[in-house]
Design a protein around this ligand. Structure first.
Ligand code: NAI
Ligand code: CS2
Length: 467
């Protein structure tokens, strides 16, 4: 028996002004930053409205939001409850394919624009080794003077117009699962601006803020099941709705140009240093997700919740989190890491989510460094165990060889590498994948090779041996 609660929007969306641009408006945007703003406006009021934007795909998704006047529902679901919140923060949408390539830079340069939010996925930053990747085809084309096609090109173009118009700077807040995501965004934006116009780069460095943030809420892509669950709970379809877990967390570096939107009133925590929070989350939650994505698929499971019914995989994750990831962390004050790990396992059990392992496995080349390679490097340096991490990396390589292809910006290189006689060495030696000193470390290479040999023969036994 499911208890459904419907919470209508209690503020008047027509009083909001477009002061926030959200680039990369997909599933997570709907269910996380918009929800914080929604709660903040509900509690504290204000006029902070959002323009939802995407760059390459998704015109129809934005059209559907416009048709609904920007209103949609977030369904927060677990075993026996569904809470449907009506969100009213959107004040329009923008897409270069529909509205012209000038539209996004012009929005960024509108006087009332104060904040750009980003959920453009790890690859959307066009970086390599922490700096802008000048070999990236999109970056090359944007710098050659074409209409900007990358998020970074669009942002710099808009900031150039703000400067030319004598306007103030603004804040750019990354909500992507990257370590030090503000530092990375700043490096990409400044790298691009420097190549285009050093005076603009200097203006950006002086007038634009790039706080880092740790974001957490599990928001799988919508499926027929989740659409049906929303329709049952709401009594009618909502084509813009999103279903997610009840849990949410947002820790933001307190570094804004001017007063921030009421995110803190909506439950976000503003802190001086986000690093302890982001490392804990990226290594325990996301590291565990990536481990499951590959081991779970190889064992024939489809979703995270399916894996949680396998005692061997549960034990494997606990060991990864507590014996391998936790020792690499400086914990945020007041956090008991065993409780944090137990809470994660409970969240993973949520059968309402049907979080597909194949979705988590996408773009793994962009996820391995922060989720597994960095903690492994720390463990090897300290002489601590890292056998579960080795198994996870080996399962990734075996999965690339034997599972149906999964999207990854480095898919072609990876595909070639896994055909080599020594796929482990070929993959881990790809430039800018693992850190160069880790890839050159014999202990690392031999450890993953040993794990790979076990994974190839009998993954279930390899899991049991590690767990
Ligand atoms: P999604 O697929 O629903 O949306 C992705 C958005 O990124 C789309 O708007 C797409 O157009 C845009 N995008 C993709 N590649 C791009 C590129 N190269 N340049 C510019 N924009 C690009 O995915 P979702 O679930 O919204 O996740 C997006 C990101 O949010 C994740 O990659 C992650 O960093 C972050 N996140 C997601 C969570 C989740 O549970 N879904 C939780 C925590 C963070
Ligand atoms: C997942 C994350 O797709 C993935 O890589 O690990 O999106 C995860 O669901 C979120 O980070 C949870 O906050």
């Amino acid at each position: 028996m499911t208890t459904c609660t419907h919470v209508p929007c209690s503020y008047d969306p027509t009083t909001l002004r477009p002061r926030i641009l959200h680039l990369g408006f997909g599933a997570f945007a709907r269910a996380h930053p918009m929800v914080y703003l929604h709660h903040g406006l509900t509690v504290a009021g204000g006029d902070w409205g959002v323009v939802a934007a995407r760059l390459n795909s998704g015109v129809a998704a934005l059209d559907a939001l416009d048709t609904a006047d920007g209103r949609y529902h977030v369904a927060e679901a677990d075993g026996d409850t569904v809470t449907l919140r009506e969100i009213g923060v959107l004040r329009g949408s923008c897409h270069p394919v529909r509205d012209g390539t000038d539209a996004l830079p012009a929005l960024i340069a509108s006087p009332q624009m104060s904040l750009i939010l980003l959920t453009i996925t790890e690859k959307g930053y066009c970086t390599r080794d922490g700096a802008l990747d000048f070999d990236h085809p999109g970056v090359k084309s944007d710098l050659a003077g074409g209409a900007p096609s990358t998020a970074i090109g669009v942002i710099v173009s808009g900031l150039g117009r703000r400067r030319a118009a004598g306007l103030s700077g603004l804040t750019i807040l990354s909500c992507d699962n990257q370590p030090h995501n503000g530092v990375l965004t700043r490096a990409a934006v400044l790298g691009f601006a420097e190549a285009r116009d050093p005076a603009l780069a200097a203006w950006i460095a002086a007038h634009v803020r790039f706080p880092s943030s740790m974001v957490d809420r599990i928001v799988p892509a919508m499926t027929d099941d989740s659409r049906a669950a929303v329709q049952n709970a709401l009594g009618r379809p909502d084509p813009n709705a999103i279903l997610c877990e009840p849990f949410r967390q947002w820790v933001i570096e307190d570094d804004f140009v001017g007063p921030p939107p009421p995110f803190a009133d909506g439950g976000a925590v503003l802190v001086k240093d986000v690093r302890p929070f982001e490392e804990m989350k990226l290594r325990l939650l996301n590291g565990a997700h990536t481990t499951l994505a590959w081991t779970g698929q190889l064992l024939g499971y489809e979703t995270v919740a399916d894996c949680m019914a396998d005692a061997g995989l549960r034990d494997l994750l606990r060991r990864l989190m507590l014996a391998e990831q936790a020792p690499t962390l400086q914990l945020p004050a007041g956090v008991r890491i065993a409780d944090y790990a137990d809470d994660l396992l409970l969240r993973f059990e949520n059968t309402r989510l049907r979080h597909r392992l194949a979705q988590i496995a996408t773009d793994s080349s962009q996820k391995m460094p922060q989720r597994l390679f960095a903690p492994v490097a720390a463990n090897i340096a300290a002489g601590r165990p890292w056998s579960v991490s080795a198994l996870a990396i080996a399962a990734w390589i075996q999965g690339l060889r034997s599972l149906p292809p999964i999207d990854d910006p480095r898919q072609q290189e990876l595909h070639r590498a896994v055909q080599a006689d020594d796929p482990v060495a070929a993959v881990l030696s790809l430039p800018s994948l693992a850190p160069a000193d880790l890839a050159a470390n014999d202990i690392f290479m031999a450890g993953v090779q040993r794990a790979f040999a076990r994974v190839e023969v009998d993954l279930k036994a390899a899991v049991a041996a590690c767990a």
